[in-house]
Design a protein around this ligand. Structure first.
Ligand code: APR
Length: 321
């Protein structure tokens, strides 16, 4: 039987997710939004596209959580996106309320689902979602690291004129300006990045510029779009996680996962490499960090912790959970 993926939020990312799932024939899709018309319209539009390309999945738009019942995977994008000039943290108050409603909607109807959260500010929203649903921590995870890594990889590939497929990299930490591109784990055609610097294929200054551009990658797009933010790359990244779960690929993917001891951090969601297979997050991979990466990760973790404290001030319920 085909799997069922419910998408909570049928906006820019939700609609793109639905289209990608259909094209890949990954699962049947339920597109949920409080704006019922948007969910129904996008579902109908995508369903009609299957008549052209022959993809064999069912897709339904709804504003009724009953239709999402017994989902195998739920991907959440419900919330408001940034407008130009806003930080992800500015979204906290509004998106926290929305995520509480979503948690209420899914916790009874799909208790066994693997839940991927994309709503920002990511690390804190996914942590709140896990607390509101009470789902086990290996079944609730946030999408950010794949997206941040894809930006870093793309900018590097443009700079050194090497196809993205030949570059391996990872961006860890919180999904914000403190994220940590892991230069010591970056390889180009199998060569460590340091070697490329020695060979003068890229300068340290240029690398710093690329790291900075990666950190501000979402902001660059929202500045151009003015009314919203990126959606193609975020949706593609979310699909990679869903696919690794559904097909038990056990890929190691940088995700906002729950850690309790790894990297010396306790009881927090933050971007780390996680193995995703059909048990959800099956393992956290602990990389050996150099002193700069370690210091940067600590800064990032501090920022996530502080924002979670701000979330507790908004909703004291979070403290007791
Ligand atoms: N329940 C379900 N859907 C909701 C709710 C809710 N309580 N509140 C808002 N929505 C829906 C909106 O109606 C809208 O269609 O969420 C959708 C969000 O879509 P967009 O505004 O297009 O935003 P998008 O670009 O998809 O980003 C969504 O992901 O990356 C993050 O920062 C981004 O937090 C934002 C989220």
């Amino acid at each position: 039987m085909r799997k069922k993926i419910s998408l909570i939020g049928a906006g820019q990312i939700g609609g793109t997710l639905a289209h990608l799932i259909t094209i890949k024939e990954l699962a049947d899709v339920v597109l949920f939004d409080i704006a019922e018309g948007i969910a129904k319209a996008k579902a109908l539009d995508i369903a009609q596209s299957t008549s052209v390309d022959g993809h064999n999945v069912s897709i339904k738009g709804t504003s009724n959580y009953e239709d999402t019942k017994n989902s195998d995977v739920i991907i959440i994008t419900a919330g408001i996106p940034r407008k130009a000039g806003m930080t992800r943290d500015d979204l906290l108050g509004t998106n926290l309320k929305i995520i509480k409603q979503v948690a209420e909607g899914i916790k009874e109807t799909s208790p066994k689902a693997f839940v991927i959260c994309i709503t920002n500010p990511l690390d804190v929203i996914v942590m709140a979602l896990q607390k509101y649903t009470g789902f086990s921590t290996n079944k609730v995870v946030g999408m950010a690291g794949i997206l941040d890594s894809s930006r870093f990889k793309y900018f590097l590939s443009q700079e050194i004129d090497i196809p993205v497929k030949k570059i391996e990299t990872m961006v860890l930490g919180g999904h914000g300006d403190t994220m940590v591109p892991m230069t010591s784990y970056t390889t180009v055609e199998g060569k460590p990045l340091n070697q490329l610097i020695t060979e003068k294929k890229i300068t340290n200054e240029k690398l710093d510029t690329i790291i900075e551009r990666t950190r501000k990658g979402g902001g660059e797009i929202s500045k151009l779009l003015k009314t919203g933010t990126a959606f193609y790359a975020p949706a593609t990244s979310g699909i990679e996680m869903a696919e690794s779960y559904i097909k038990n690929l056990k890929k190691t993917l940088p995700c906002a996962a729950y850690i309790d001891g790894e990297y010396g951090i306790k009881d927090l969601y933050v971007g780390v490499p996680a193995v995703i297979g059909n048990n959800g997050v099956e393992k956290i991979i602990e990389l050996k960090l150099d002193s700069i990466e370690k210091a940067n990760l600590e800064i990032s973790i501090k920022a996530v912790k502080e924002l979670f404290q701000a979330a507790i001030k908004i909703d004291p319920d979070l403290k007791s959970k």
